[in-house]
Design a protein around this ligand. Structure first.
Ligand SMILES: *[C@@H]1O[C@H](CO)[C@@H](O)[C@H](O)[C@H]1NC(C)=O
Ligand SMILES: *[C@@H]1O[C@H](CO)[C@@H](O)[C@H](O)[C@H]1NC(C)=O
Length: 360
């Protein structure tokens, strides 16, 4: 069981790494990106900056603002333009939007009246929306606390019309509701400022920033996935399984300090399913999905069932082995050997991972 799981997981990672490298395609931006407000002032209303994260354009604006205030720090550590790893977040939100994952799963009606100007609603009943809250509003508030915004008006995060008690809305509210998580994100933003201010640029700074970001992102996803465990029950079994694998995959990807710029993230999510999965969807034979989507789902569902059989053993071994930049490079090479070379013994690979972790 261990062998199958390891090889499936590594194949998936290999797939991610290789496909992320292609750069000949035109860059595609999240839906409506051009129209998303990129300055806090654009959201001013009645003496406040009022952000309604339950509307698509507003939630997306949290990211556009974050990108604009962090870009100058990222440039000094070598992550310029759409290489800013925070691009991974709007790219993910765009995918969730496009694939219907931000809608209320309990109704077919998409009526939406609380978002102005034809903006689309994000339903607090959607598991994907709720998990995304933890990687949008929470980092945004942490950045506010770290002084990234120069706005003069107070910022107000509006509450949803239902289930408002499930979320936090202010720096102090979130510091008391999810203290550890807020502190992880604050550390990321502090680290970003500190490293970019250092006189001597160090190539390791980039790796450090990615590490801090992934640490915070992992905790966001795991915290939200357990907090919103009830919400996932409204979905079909295939979607539940996919959501579990999706949450788990964050751990493997995080361990390699994945450079989640726009281009790489787009490639990573290209084979992700274009719609919410229904009862009876059976990868790799879902007729209206592409071969790539079916393949990715098939690997994900293997991963999911194997992960449940052996618990956290694999991810722990993987994490331990990816302990330095050198090790992460070696990890990538191992992935290639494993997938390209049918003679490569999976059991041998596991012992290499274990040896790597003992040499950390
Ligand atoms: C970003 O950096 C790369 C080298 O790391 C360089 O080739 C590219 O021109 C830079 N892009 C921008 C927009 O500064
Ligand atoms: C950033 O620098 C401040 C001041 O030197 C220090 O207190 C803080 O711990 C540093 N944080 C990180 C994440 O490097």
């Amino acid at each position: 069981m261990m062998k199958i799981n390891l090889s499936v997981t590594l194949s998936l990672l290999y797939f991610i790494c290789i496909h992320a490298e292609k750069s000949d395609e035109p860059l595609s931006y999240p839906s409506l990106w051009d129209k998303v407000p990129g300055q806090l002032d654009e959201l001013a209303k009645d003496g406040k900056i009022a952000i309604n994260p339950w509307c698509y354009m507003h939630r997306m604006s949290l990211y556009k603002v974050l990108l604009s205030v962090t870009d100058k720090y990222m440039t000094t550590i070598g992550l310029n333009g759409t290489d800013n790893p925070l691009w991974g977040f709007p790219a993910q939100l765009g995918w969730k939007f496009r694939t219907g994952r931000l809608n209320d799963p309990t109704t077919v009606s998409l009526l939406c009246d609380h978002c102005s100007g034809g903006d689309s609603c994000i339903s607090p009943k959607s598991w994907w929306s709720c998990v995304n809250y933890y990687v949008s509003v929470i980092p945004f508030l942490a950045a506010e606390d770290e002084g990234f915004f120069q706005q003069s008006l107070p910022i107000e995060i509006l509450q949803p019309s239902e289930m408002a008690e499930d979320f936090c809305y202010t720096v102090s509210g979130c510091q008391s509701q999810v203290p550890e998580l807020m502190s992880k994100w604050e550390t990321f933003f502090q680290g970003l400022k500190n490293l970019s201010l250092s006189d001597i640029p160090d190539p390791r700074d980039e790796d450090k920033i990615l590490e801090l970001m992934w640490e915070a992102q992992k905790l966001s996803v795991s915290t939200a996935a357990s907090k919103f465990a009830e919400r996932i029950k409204q979905y079909s079994e295939p979607e539940v399984s996919f959501s579990r694998s999706w949450s788990n995959a964050v751990n493997y990807v995080a361990a390699t300090h994945f450079r989640s710029g726009l281009r790489k993230t787009n490639h990573f999510q290209a084979p992700m399913p274009r719609r919410v999965l229904k009862e009876g969807d059976k990868p790799p034979n879902i007729a209206d999905l592409s071969a790539e989507e079916n393949h990715a789902l098939y690997m994900f569902s293997w991963m999911d069932s194997m992960n449940r059989l052996i618990g956290g053993t694999l991810v722990n071994t993987w994490n331990k082995a990816m302990c330095s930049e050198k090790a992460r490079e070696k990890g990538e090479q191992l992935l290639q050997d494993l997938v390209m070379n049918p003679q490569f013994a999976v059991s041998g690979l596991l012992s290499i991972l274990i040896e790597m972790s003992s040499n950390c």
